[in-house]
Design a protein around this ligand. Structure first.
Ligand code: A2P
Length: 289
């Protein structure tokens, strides 16, 4: 597994790499191969997919082909996937197995409930809550069989997490949510710290929008780094794993240059000061019952 200095300890006792490749916009082997190849060469040890990304088959295939080229084995990398909102509830066990089959893996390192809601239900429908509890039971079962090495949730707000803590047998190891300097997620981070849940950031570049923020550009200029590197460093310097998405091999490489520099406390504070609660993900999980 990866360098302990570049990973975080989960409440399961295993380690999760601080840097992962987000694959949400990568479809088809022709796009996955160059991005995964560049990522493995640059030292990424985590790959983040989901049933809804419709690329599990191709990611599994790309990794099987490319790991030997980079002198790596399955156990050297950490793979995350997620339960689709359409599969919440009674469909969850079959969907968990489908992700394993599509990726072609004996086990998945981390499996998340992708969203608190169920596709096809109105957000206010109380069945959303019943379904996600049932989904969690399925994840716990795959965990107990060693098919998942850790389980967690994504896009949950404090209310959804509290509900899960009250009903689960196994607490979540990870919460993956949108996080960048304009979206501080203060309450969620405090709850995760209190409950030993690893807080993980998706869209750490604000889907690319923060790359032209004047403060980010100033900090980047001051330390001779790119805007993307500064945004990613700001998160990992706080011990928060990041999964920036890129389909471009040179940007995949650029986003891995995070562990050979440090931001000053003043620069950290300037970036933290950008918080304004801005969310780029169009789905608002706080509406889901
Ligand atoms: P591309 O795939 O063309 O590289 P986030 O991870 O915050 O959701 O951001 C993803 C977006 O940011 C994608 O549109 C991606 O585009 C772009 N991106 C990723 N890394 C960089 C980078 N180093 N410089 C510029 N844009 C980037």
């Amino acid at each position: 597994m990866s360098d302990p200095r570049h990973s975080v300890l989960l409440n399961t006792g295993s380690r999760m790499p601080l840097l992962g490749l987000g694959t949400g916009q990568l479809r088809g082997l022709e796009n996955l191969m160059p991005a995964v190849d560049a990522a493995l060469a640059a030292g990424y040890h985590q790959f983040d997919t989901a049933a809804v990304y419709r690329n599990e088959v191709e990611l599994g295939q790309a990794l099987r082909e490319l790991l030997p080229k980079h002198g790596l084995e399955r156990a050297d990398i950490f793979i995350t996937s997620k339960l689709a909102p359409r599969d919440q509830g009674p469909m969850a066990p079959a969907a968990c197995q489908r992700s394993l089959d599509q990726l072609g893996l004996e086990y998945i390192d981390l499996f998340l409930v992708h969203e608190p809601g169920t596709e096809g239900l109105r957000v206010e429908d109380p069945q959303n809550s019943v379904n996600r509890a049932q989904s969690w039971t399925a994840l716990e079962e795959f965990l107990s069989r060693g098919k998942f090495r850790a389980i967690g949730v994504s896009n949950y707000i404090v209310r959804h997490l509290e509900e899960l803590f009250a009903s689960c047998k196994v607490p979540p190891a990870v919460l993956q949510v949108e996080f960048h300097p304009r979206l501080a997620q203060t309450e969620l981070r405090a709850l995760c710290a209190q409950r030993s849940v690893c807080f993980e950031a998706y869209s750490p570049l604000g889907t690319g929008a923060l790359l032209s923020d004047p403060v980010v550009l100033e900090v980047a200029k001051g330390c001779g780094r790119t805007a993307a590197q500064v945004l990613l460093r700001w998160a990992v310097q706080q011990g928060i794993p990041v999964i920036p998405k890129s389909s471009n091999p040179s940007r995949v490489r650029e986003n891995a240059q995070l562990f050979d520099f440090e931001l000053s406390q003043e620069d950290m504070d300037r970036l933290t000061g950008l918080d304004c609660g801005q969310r780029f993900d169009p789905e608002d999980p706080s509406l889901v019952a």
